[in-house]
Design a protein around this ligand. Structure first.
Ligand SMILES: [Zn+2]
Length: 349
């Protein structure tokens, strides 16, 4: 048996569209809708939304003896307006785990309650080298030293409020997607890359006229970055869950941007050994470019389901992403390897 063909152009096209759809955790409706529109092309899939806002697709297989699920998340790092400062600029609170220096100087959008989008950029409060000299390099990048300079005329909190901006508005940082020589450079490849791999796998199997070996649920999570995404929304008949999320690339890591990785242990401890072994066997059998790795500071939605009491086998696979939770980058080869692995898993007992 060989794996069905993957439409690489579609995968990258959908990924780019998804990356350009802002979706900080808590503000993911548009990204969920986009995934839903793409999956709705396949009548075999039954789509539903959980009350929490995740997208779940039920995909009937040839057997219902051991129902499976795969999850990937559309929510990303981002921020929320914490305070409107007396100088008219905004103090933010982070959504998800990242360091301020990774978004310093980045353009951003503030989404107001009335539905308008106000542009600006995240800067150090003492940003000008000609005014603050060495402070620009020395100041600690912490909440109190960072502010959003909005592209509106405002010198007071009232003037800023007159543009509809309020405490609690969501803020998204620009992804800055760029494609070069097979590389995809963008913020939020975590985990939109894997959502794209899942959707591309569906397209591949559907166009080949194939069905998964077991009834399978695809869970598109919307609260992963804050730790409880897949805690809900995995149906009770599911026996095993494969979390599809980025692999951590860096010094001491075996993962890279050209391979998919099986993560056998992260901050939440070891994953399910037998399921991980099966994925390795599939990787070998189908000659998938994969690595095995351990991520030192990492948690997944699979573990979120375990912590919520999910009695299933959990494993974690995904493409290597360089500079994660920063200005990220991966390569098409890693996305294809991940999609092949998903296909192998869907098709094999
Ligand atoms: Zn992730």
């Amino acid at each position: 048996m060989s794996l069905p063909a993957i439409d690489t152009e579609y995968l990258i096209g959908f990924l780019t569209e998804l990356l350009n759809t802002p979706s900080p955790t808590g503000y993911t409706q548009q990204a969920i809708q986009l995934a839903e529109r793409h999956l709705a092309q396949y009548p075999a899939l039954e789509l539903l939304r959980t009350r929490k806002g995740a997208l779940v697709a039920r995909w009937p297989g040839r057997s219902a003896s051991a129902t499976r699920a795969l999850t990937a998340h559309v929510d990303t790092l981002g921020a929320m307006v914490k305070e409107i400062k007396s100088n008219g600029r905004l103090k933010l609170t982070k959504i998800g785990g990242f360091a301020w220096n990774t978004v310093e100087g980045e353009s951003c959008t503030v989404f107001t309650r009335q539905g308008s989008a106000v542009r600006g950029s995240l800067l150090l409060c003492q940003a000008s080298a000609h005014v603050h000299s060495s402070e620009v390099g020395d100041l600690k990048r912490e909440d109190s030293n960072m502010e959003v300079r909005l592209d509106i005329r405002s010198k007071s909190s009232d003037e800023t409020r007159s543009h509809g901006i309020e405490v609690g508005d969501f803020v998204a940082f620009d992804p800055r997607v760029e494609l070069n020589n097979g590389f995809i450079r963008s913020r939020h490849l975590d985990d939109k890359a894997c959502v794209a791999c899942l959707v591309a796998a569906v397209k591949s199997l559907q166009e080949a006229g194939l069905a998964p070996v077991q009834d399978t649920y695809l869970h598109i999570s919307n609260y992963e970055e804050v730790g409880h995404g897949a805690a809900a929304g995995i149906p009770p008949e599911v026996t095993e869950l494969v979390s599809v999320d980025m692999a951590a690339v860096g010094e001491g890591q075996s993962s890279d941007e050209f391979h998919a990785t099986l993560c056998v242990k992260d901050s939440g401890g070891p994953y399910h050994h037998e399921l991980s072994q099966r994925l390795r066997e599939l990787g070998d059998e189908f000659e998938i470019a994969y690595k095995v790795d351990i991520y030192p500071f990492y948690g997944s939605d699979g573990e979120a389901f375990w912590r919520a009491g999910g009695d299933v086998a959990v494993a974690l696979i995904g493409p290597g992403v360089d500079a994660s939770h920063n200005y990220e980058r991966t390569h098409t080869e890693a996305l294809l390897a991940t999609t092949q692995w998903i296909l192998a898993y869907l098709l094999r007992d």
